[in-house]
Design a binder for this molecule. Sequence first.
Ligand SMILES: C[S@@+](CC[C@H](N)C(=O)[O-])C[C@H]1O[C@@H](n2cnc3c(N)ncnc32)[C@H](O)[C@@H]1O
Length: 224
Amino acid sequence: MSPALNPTPDEVTRQRSLAKYRQRAAAYDSTCGPTWGIRERCIAALRLQPGQSVLDVACGTGLSLPLLRSAVGGADGCQGQVFGFDHSSEMLVQARARVATAGWDNVTLFETAAQALALPQQMDALLFHYTHDILRSPSALRQVLACARPGARVAIAGIKYFPVWLAPLNAWVYWKNHGYNGAPGELRSPWDRVAPHLADWHFETTQWGMGYIASGTLRAQPAS
Ligand SMILES: C[S@@+](CC[C@H](N)C(=O)[O-])C[C@H]1O[C@@H](n2cnc3c(N)ncnc32)[C@H](O)[C@@H]1O
């Protein structure tokens, strides 16, 4: 049977995500104000240096791009490189407009699924900011991690279930996550597939326990 008639679970998730962001893209930025501080803290955890290359995984509308670009440097002489990708054309068109308006020549964006990602160089750092579907897809995660050098800094922020004593609130957490992800479950420890790939693991909760920021340093990846 052809893949189109018999899609993999990963592809089903991706198609659900694409449909959600087709609807959500126009108003996406207006929903991100309350998590701005988390975005700043997550990017700070990358400890970016001028001249480095950084990948904004599933960059969406590009809200993180100004912070990343300013951290790696945009001036001649020590200009770093910012890369971003997303599979949603509706989200990415806004990111592209942001780059064009600012006239940044060291920000490169790709429209691609994480599962098919290929970059022209190895990254010094990876930002996973609210990228639940990619963290839960072994093939997507493998492909993204393969784009970074051993020792690259990796920072992750996202949503998770509240601790058990606040469990009644988790129906609401699930519902909130449902609006943004093709695979909205698996919220107990969404980081558990990426964590084994990272040394110097650091973890903290945010938003009274319904969010997290984690970071570490990429171990050498096993050859696939
Ligand atoms: C919650 S948004 C986060 C966007 C951005 N990282 C931010 O912090 O504003 C999740 C993004 O993941 C993208 N996405 C989900 N699954 C993907 C996949 N398999 N490949 C590429 N992008 C994906 C969606 O299109 C969406 O833009």
